[in-house]
Design a protein around this ligand. Structure first.
Ligand code: SF4
Length: 180
């Protein structure tokens, strides 16, 4: 949006933020992105049984330029990390990230040099979803929590500042080390 940057702050902008948040929360398009076993549960979430379409999310986009949600489903290898970041950078803003499963959030059982010990070292994460693997119901729950977050998301420069702060805070955290 470009309108919100031109509007004065106060009641009017608050209402525009709420309206834009409501519309955005109901039209989130995820990027097609599966990295490991968690992706099987992600695919299952789109099946008729769990019906992701209820939330207007049935269209998984094959190009990041048409997606505003990245669901990192599975462990992220060091080799994949720059690719993941490139896909994230190609997504138009505002955009969101769900880290799905223990491996994506912390490296999980793969505490070694080949696996990134938390995808928040690569991209800013909005929702961390625990589990190995998380069930589709858990992913649906995190989608609903993300909706709440989107509804209360700032617009324009405020959102950019929010992301920059989040990213800086995460990049400042060192990788987990194996203790013996
Ligand atoms: S959290 Fe479990 S299911 Fe998900 S990628 Fe890691 S090992 Fe596979």
């Amino acid at each position: 949006m470009g309108l919100e940057e031109k509007l004065p702050s106060g009641v009017l902008l608050t209402s525009v933020e709420k309206l834009a948040g409501w519309a955005r929360a109901r039209s989130v398009w995820p990027a097609t992105f599966g990295l490991a076993c968690c992706a099987i549960e992600l695919f299952q979430t789109g099946s008729p049984k769990h019906d992701l379409a209820r939330f207007g999310m049935e269209i998984a986009r094959n190009t990041p330029r048409q997606a505003d949600l990245m669901i990192v489903a599975g462990r992220v290898s060091q080799k994949m990390a720059p690719v993941l970041r490139q896909i994230y950078d190609q997504m138009p803003g505002p955009k969101w990230v769900i880290s799905m499963g223990a491996c994506a959030s912390s490296g999980g059982m793969f505490n070694n040099y080949a696996i990134v010990q938390g995808v928040d070292h690569i991209v800013p994460v909005d929702i961390y979803l625990p589990g190995c693997p998380p069930r589709p119901e858990m992913l649906l729950d995190s989608v609903l929590k993300l909706h709440d977050k989107i509804m209360n998301t700032k617009l324009g420069k405020d959102r950019e500042r929010q992301i920059a702060d989040l990213e800086q805070a995460k990049l400042g955290i060192g990788p987990l080390r194996m203790t013996v």
